[in-house]
Design a protein. Structure first.
Length: 209
């Protein structure tokens, strides 16, 4: 699958103000600063599409981007398809008040549970760290809600490959303790673009079904 265009559409303070749910949608979520916005830019090959920041807590709203992608059918004909990619605000930022935390939870819960065109949630995990309780808890919550998701281990360029694999395996082993089947997972770097093809292929496959 090839991305032909990626365009910012709007930032919504809550579910009710999101664009019409008239095409498949894929949302990116994870700890504050894990690299959600950077991953979106890397996938779309556009440096400043989603706003990134070295300081956590940059993304505060539900940000919709319209993607037009193309695939070739068996006869070689190009098929174009529109879908939405969504950048969500992160969780787990220490400097957030109890009140803001609650409002984040309410906003995210409503979006995740109600957004009828949401095909899959990509949950981003920082590959530099050992399994973190906050990520495991969030994933278990998705399980309780029966929300389809895939894992993306980010910032793989920051560590030696061996250390990344160790952290990924440790995380998957943690999931094995409570999950019967593991979700799909990807290892990415927004710097060297590793994992780009794999994530896009996965979206392409889901779009085709
Ligand atoms: P919030 O919107 O604040 O929740 O953060 P976010 O998850 O959108 O993270 P963002 O993409 O803004 O990236 C946070 C910081 O990590 C920035 O300084 C990025 O440059 C850096 N970063 C993101 N992805 C990568 C990566 O793959 N490799 C490296 N080395 N740095 C990365
Ligand atoms: Mg962000």
């Amino acid at each position: 699958m090839e991305i032909i265009s990626a365009t910012y559409i709007k930032s919504s303070p809550d579910y009710g103000q999101c664009p019409k749910a008239d095409r498949p949608e894929y949302a990116f979520i994870g700890r504050s600063n894990v690299g959600k916005s950077s991953l979106i830019n890397m996938l779309c090959n556009k440096k400043a599409l989603a706003k990134t920041s070295a300081a956590p807590g940059k993304t505060q709203l539900i940000n919709h981007f319209e993607i037009i992608s193309a695939t070739r059918d068996k006869s070689g004909k190009q098929e174009k398809r529109p879908w939405y990619l969504v950048d969500l605000p992160g969780y787990g930022y220490a400097k957030v008040s109890q009140k803001q935390r609650k409002s984040w939870s309410a906003m995210i819960e409503k979006y995740i549970l109600k957004r009828e065109n949401l095909i899959t949630l990509f949950v981003l995990i920082d590959s530099r760290h050992e399994p973190q309780l906050i990520d495991l808890e969030f994933i278990n919550q998705l399980g309780a809600w029966s929300i389809p998701f895939a894992l993306v281990f980010t910032k793989a360029d920051k560590n030696k490959p061996g250390a990344t694999i160790r952290n990924v395996d440790a995380f998957l082993n943690k999931l094995r303790e409570t999950w019967e089947a593991l979700p799909p997972h990807f290892i990415t770097s927004a710097i060297d673009k590793n994992g780009r093809e794999e994530v896009l292929e996965y979206v392409g496959k889901l779009n085709a079904t």
